[in-house]
Design a protein around this ligand. Structure first.
Ligand code: NAD
Ligand code: DAU
Length: 337
């Protein structure tokens, strides 16, 4: 197969390309990535000379590039997005442009050339849960609460609409919080690991009682592979972590323990506006239909992630320079109580 991967220089996209080329050695991957702050070609530097891999620097809103690349592929796996909730609180415009317009541009091209289209989405489109609510599943009504999740919900609706209206061969996955190698250090796990390694404090929003479900990125990549190979066209699949629901405070304490630090590193800061309380995923459908289930426990996944970050201090230093510093100041200065 010839795959067109969008956003392949980001966290999940780069893990997916690595996963795909090692499990499907005869396939070819074209990676269309605009190289925003979150896109780093260094994430796939070891494939630079590999004839099976090609990076095209370009925007998914650019119809000429998108139509040109679509012509030459069998399937699209669409990761490209603005992905960080806090940035969407500061300014939603890039989220609307990339997540909605960019997705529609890709769908137009997939419609033109009748290509298979897998859309990578999030559990945040379902809104949030109370402590004892049952987990999200494929029938949970959409109720996004942040500008980020509103833009992802809009993109999901367009994907479904292009299936119903134009017969594009789509599938969608809605998954929980990913973590693992190459995750950009603005999200909780990599920010806290790198701050702790640097001897800094970790900013826990509010009281840290919010709950997230953590999915190790390789499990997620394997889930997308199953959907591409075995998923039913027009269907949505929810993918979640292995017994990995935990409060932010408990997760922070786990990271502190695994890194041999102490709890004086915790700094409670002003809460995220509209902070979703809890996410939880029921992945029964993926297990029954695809035989997929997550394999990596939270403790094992965190250990592997910590080891990766310890071995990639230069990568972290480069990520945490330049634009990152401006974002960090803007996001956290207003929050510290
Ligand atoms: P990321 O922010 O690490 O990477 C996004 C990538 O998209 C970057 O390489 C960036 O350069 C590229 N990109 C952004 N705008 C672009 C544009 N206009 N044209 C082309 N490329 C562009 O994101 P991620 O965490 O790897 O997430 C990938 C996908 O998975 C996203 O769609 C996100 O909504 C979804 N998702 C992420 C998580 C998570 O926990 N990270 C969980 C559920 C779903
Ligand atoms: O659920 C899937 C989603 O998970 C994805 O769609 C998003 O792309 C991804 O960013 C992630 O969203 P979250 O907002 O849940 O992830 P984040 O790592 O930003 O935050 C996790 C939790 O930790 C959340 O409750 C907010 C809290 N938090 C986060 C940061 C960055 C803190 O307490 N302090 C922080 O500094």
């Amino acid at each position: 197969m010839k795959l067109l991967v969008t956003g392949g220089c980001g966290f999940i996209g780069s893990n997916f390309i690595r996963y795909w080329l090692s499990h499907h050695p005869d396939d070819h991957v074209t990676n269309l990535d605009a190289l925003t702050y979150a896109g780093n070609p260094e994430n796939l530097i070891d494939y630079k000379e590999d004839a099976r891999y090609r990076l095209v620097k370009g925007d998914i809103c650019d119809r000429d590039i998108v139509f040109d690349l679509m012509k030459d592929c069998d399937a699209v796996i669409h990761f490209a997005a603005e992905s960080h909730v806090d940035r969407s609180v500061l300014d939603a415009s890039a989220f609307v442009r990339t997540n909605v317009r960019g997705t529609v541009t890709l769908l137009d091209a997939a419609k033109e050339y009748q290509r298979r289209f897998h859309h990578v989405s999030t559990d945040e489109v379902f809104g949030h849960l109370k402590k004892d609510d049952p987990p999200f599943n494929e029938s949970t009504p959409y109720a996004p609460r942040s500008p980020y999740s509103a833009s992802k919900a809009a993109s999901d609706h367009f994907v479904r609409a292009y299936y119903q209206t134009h017969g594009v061969a789509v599938t969608i996955s809605n998954c929980s919080n990913n973590y693992g190698p190459y995750i950009f250090p603005e999200k909780l796990i990599p920010l806290f690991i790198t701050n702790l390694l640097e001897g800094k404090k970790v900013p826990v929003y509010g009281d840290g009682a919010q709950v997230r479900d953590w999915l190790y990125v390789e499990d997620h990549c394997r889930g997308i592979e199953s959907i591409l190979l075995k998923g039913r066209i027009g269907e949505t699949y929810c993918l979640g972590g292995k017994d990995s629901e935990v409060t932010n405070l408990a997760l922070t304490k786990m990271l502190i323990r695994l890194l041999g630090k102490d709890e004086s590193s915790i700094e409670f800061v002003k809460d995220r506006p509209g902070h979703d309380f809890r996410y939880s995923i029921d992945y029964t459908k993926a297990k029954k239909e695809l035989g997929w289930e997550p394999a990596v426990s939270l403790e094992d996944g965190l250990r592997m992630t910590i080891e990766w970050f310890k071995a990639h201090a230069d990568w972290v230093a480069r990520c945490k320079s330049g634009e990152y510093r401006e974002y960090y100041a803007k996001n956290y200065e207003g929050k510290i109580a």
